[in-house]
Design a binder for this molecule. Structure first.
Ligand SMILES: NC(=O)C1=CN([C@@H]2O[C@H](COP(=O)(O)OP(=O)(O)OC[C@H]3O[C@@H](n4cnc5c(N)ncnc54)[C@H](OP(=O)(O)O)[C@@H]3O)[C@@H](O)[C@H]2O)C=CC1
Ligand SMILES: CC(C)CCC[C@@H](C)[C@H]1CC[C@H]2C3=C(CC[C@]12C)[C@@]1(C)CCC(=O)C[C@@H]1CC3
Length: 345
């Protein structure tokens, strides 16, 4: 009878390891002595000690070859939140995550750490110091969020001590840092097109922005603390910088740091939200004729004009989590990492 080789606990796979968060996670795992397999639809870099497996996570056979002798899987792949492609989100985040779980079970993986999102509870209205026991959003703000909810449920429900398969979900919020393709580039693009003159609402709304290395730290703590007798099994954990900041102060600091002017003029939230909805409807109607990508989508306006910050007390208690990099240091490092996005560059 063939004996199954017991996977080393230092052998892991990162699904989505070519992406922004995934690559930072891979780099940290390698520093900590892990052997890492990356599974992604693209290869973005090369790193000693890292093996790349290219494929779509909806393809179980492709996944299985990447998960051989792997004990921990980090699943941080997703289509970009800005995409409006409902069927893509369903296929990758929901059906694909089912496939990931199935492949993990077949390959004898012991732990699955999902990158979920704090937004799974966000409906476009204020959340102040939200805890993990808030109900999932009944009316999620977009397809991305709707499928992140389903994805998280699938992963947490798959946790089985009997099968020796343990799962946990990390819920970061507003990840930023070097190489982020989203937050800073979108902000700078909007500034360059003269669209960052206005503050939506009175500007007092508090939001979590989380430095990518802190998010990585939360993932690794979760993987290392996840044991059959630990409270982590089938739980979700907010991972933030634990320093909520005024949304518009954060944006202004990044903009000014890169040489652009901070927004100053105020516009009423309800007006901008209403206009963004109208614009969204117009783009839907015109879609067969012309593709328009509005800057101020209803989702972005809701995120820019409401409070949404979350408690990470549960992560502190169960994981011993403390954000290693402060918000100020994180902003400084981020601004320095984008010389090509500076005003005039
Ligand atoms: N960025 C943020 O502020 C937040 C992100 N999250 C979550 O964190 C995770 C990582 O996000 P982030 O690093 O920003 O995203 P990225 O888009 O940078 O990384 C995701 C990676 O997954 C890849 N991928 C997409 N679809 C598939 C597929 N079908 N099979 C294999 N690989 C695939 C992407 O390839 P390609 O680029 O070619 O699509 C990309 O390399 C996501 O799950 C996201 O939902 C949660 C909270 C906040
Ligand atoms: C044009 C401006 C009003 C806004 C520019 C910045 C935005 C691009 C970002 C501000 C908050 C960010 C955010 C996300 C994406 C980028 C922002 C909208 C997420 C939607 C990414 C995926 C998640 O899981 C939740 C994030 C919330 C915050």
């Amino acid at each position: 009878m063939a004996t199954r080789v017991r996977p080393s606990s230092k052998r892991c796979a990162v699904i989505g390891g070519s992406g922004f968060l995934g690559r930072h996670l891979v780099e940290r795992l390698v520093d900590r002595g892990y052997t890492v397999s990356v599974f992604d639809i693209r290869q973005a870099y090369e790193l000693p000690g890292v093996t790349f497996h290219l494929g779509d996570l909806c393809d179980k056979q492709a996944l299985l070859s990447a998960l051989k002798e792997v004990s921990v899987v980090f699943h941080c792949a997703s289509p970009a939140p800005g995409s409006d492609d409902r069927s893509l989100f369903q296929r990758v985040n929901v059906d694909g995550t089912r496939t990931v779980i199935q492949a993990c079970l077949e390959a004898g993986v012991q732990k699955l750490v999902l990158t979920s999102s704090a937004s799974v509870v966000f409906e476009g209205t204020d959340i102040k110091n939200g805890k993990e026991d808030l109900p999932y959003a009944k009316k999620p703000i977009d397809y991305y969020t709707a499928t992140k909810i389903q994805q998280e449920k699938l992963v947490l429900e798959a946790c089985s001590k009997e099968k020796g398969f343990l799962t946990v979900a990390i819920r970061p919020h507003g990840i930023f840092g070097p190489r982020d393709p989203q937050l800073v580039p979108i902000l700078v693009d909007s500034a360059r097109r003269g669209k960052m003159k206005f503050i939506i609402g009175d500007g007092s709304n508090l939001v979590d922005f989380t430095y990518v290395e802190n998010v990585v730290h939360g993932h690794i703590l979760a993987a290392e603390h996840l044991k059959a007798d630990s409270p982590l099994c089938a739980q979700a954990y907010h991972i933030t910088n634990d320093e909520p900041v005024r949304f518009w102060d954060f944006m202004s600091q990044v903009l000014v740091g890169l040489g652009y002017s901070a927004p100053r003029l105020h516009l009423p939230y309800a007006l901008v939200y209403g206009l963004s909805l109208l614009l969204w409807l117009i783009t839907l109607v015109l879609r067969p004729l012309v593709q328009i990508k509005p800057t101020f989508t209803p989702m972005r306006v809701a995120l820019a004009g409401t409070h949404h910050y979350y408690s990470c007390a549960r992560a502190k208690q169960d994981l011993g989590y403390r954000p290693p990099v402060s918000l100020q240091e994180a902003i400084t490092r981020t601004v320095e990492s984008y010389p090509h996005l500076r005003q005039g560059a």
